[in-house]
Design a protein around this ligand. Structure first.
Ligand code: CTP
Length: 401
């Protein structure tokens, strides 16, 4: 039995070379796929590739031979359960936002009143252009799902935002939306993210460079997999990734411990992605410290190891995931952490690779699980790293019911 009918639209952007993989993921999962392309899309991907992978004839022109049942754009709409346009160029987004229908794809989209996903892909300047942003905001307000592009290397050789989300992520978003509980029953997840600030005096603190991005992406991926997510975050500039995620903001390691401890008992999955300070000033000054000529020594005391403390009380079936940032003997140290902290998985961050670590949009990690070979992932966006981590949690770690 088919899992559903997906209409895949492709417009003329270089990311179109990845869309055959998306089609394959849908077909492999049991969906039936039909594809509509613009003429420009065929500059980047071939008719025979798309027809072979989708097992269906390609739809290109409004006025080519009639379909098996009537007007082509209407029959495609009636047939589909959902549509995704990947890549969606600035032109395609602009046309839909202004109601222009001058080819088969734009005409089909204008007639489409079912879940519609657009995966924009373009140069960063085009993506951030006020016109594109206005169109995207307008389409979102109409209930169209925009799958935000990622930051990374763009085809124009620049680094920036505008790279189409990877096919695995696109597939998972559409699949989860059509079959919300398909990959995970409604479970509870707790995620910590961001840095902690440890007060030195009334205005100064000791912190670190964590942006919180990795933890926020994990919270988003867990929610996408149907979980109820609590996100406890240190200070970041990031907005709550989804309206259904409950975000609690904290500052210090102690506050983070208090807020996570309250929620850990009920959680099925706990992911500690926060860069928690290991030490804090032992005697923070209530007022602002005055400058003196002599050296200043700050006495530091250890903070509570939140992961270790919470995982020590792990109950049957609960899953704990921690992070490790190592510079020497990386795997050995991270494996020791896995043991000492009673975790079920450690995500090992590499500091040696360009593009990995703090305050960058990409990451390169290895997933370490007990009694199992480590999984080394290549450099990818933090959104994709999150998707891999959550897939591992859902497929390997959570006990099957
Ligand atoms: N962690 C925590 N509470 C702390 C410190 C760390 O919960 N007080 C968690 C982090 O969220 C992360 C993991 O533990 O999941 C990191 O382990 P940690 O031993 O802190 O790593 P490092 O700080 O890199 O340790 P070390 O400096 O000893 O290598």
């Amino acid at each position: 039995m088919t899992k559903g009918h997906i209409l895949v639209g492709i417009t003329g952007g270089i990311a179109a070379y990845k869309t055959p993989l998306l089609i394959r993921l849908f077909v492999k999962a049991g969906y039936e796929v039909r594809t509509v392309v613009t003429r420009n899309a065929l500059e980047f991907v071939t008719k025979s590739t798309l027809e072979t992978l989708s097992n269906n004839p390609l739809n290109i022109d409004l006025f080519s031979a009639a379909t098996e049942n009537g007007i082509r754009h209407i029959s495609l709409y009636e047939w589909a359960d959902a549509a995704i346009v990947a890549p969606a160029t600035a032109n395609c987004i602009g046309k839909l936002a202004s109601g222009i229908a001058d080819d088969l794809l734009s005409t089909t989209l204008l007639a489409f009143r079912k879940p519609l996903f657009l995966a924009p892909s373009m140069n960063e300047n085009m993506y951030l252009h006020f016109s594109t942003q206005k169109n995207i905001a307008y389409l979102q307000a109409q209930g169209i799902h925009i799958i935000e592009p990622e930051e990374g290397f763009l085809a124009c050789k620049a680094q920036g935002k505008g790279r189409m989300a990877e096919p695995e992520r696109l597939f998972s978003i559409v699949d989860q939306s059509l079959h919300p509980a398909a990959t995970a029953p409604k479970r509870k997840a707790l995620v910590s993210a961001g840095p902690t600030y440890e007060a030195v005096d009334a205005v100064r603190f000791i912190g670190n460079r964590s942006s919180g991005k990795m933890g926020y992406c994990i919270a988003e991926a867990l929610a996408r997999h149907g979980m109820e997510v609590e996100l406890v975050s240190g200070p970041t500039h990031l907005a709550c990734p989804r309206p259904d995620i409950r975000l609690t903001r904290v500052e210090s390691a102690e506050e983070m411990y208090r807020e996570t401890e309250k929620r850990a008992k009920d959680a099925d999955v706990v992911v500690m992605a926060a860069a928690v300070a290991d030490y804090r000033p032992a005697h923070p000054a209530p007022n602002k410290l005055k400058k003196k000529t002599a050296h200043l020594t700050i006495d530091l005391e250890p903070t509570t190891d939140i992961l270790k403390n919470l995982a020590a009380r792990k109950r049957q079936g609960q899953v704990f995931v921690g992070f490790a940032l190592e510079t020497d003997n990386e795997e050995e140290n991270a494996r020791r952490k896995l043991n000492e902290k009673n975790a079920d998985m450690i995500v090992l961050n590499s500091l040696h690779d360009e593009g990995a670590g703090f305050d960058v949009p990409t990451n390169k990690v290895s997933l370490l699980l007990p009694k199992q070979e480590s999984i080394h992932l290549p450099l990818m966006s933090k959104e994709d790293v999150a998707e891999h981590i959550v897939n591992e949690i859902v497929n390997t770690l959570i006990p099957k019911e």
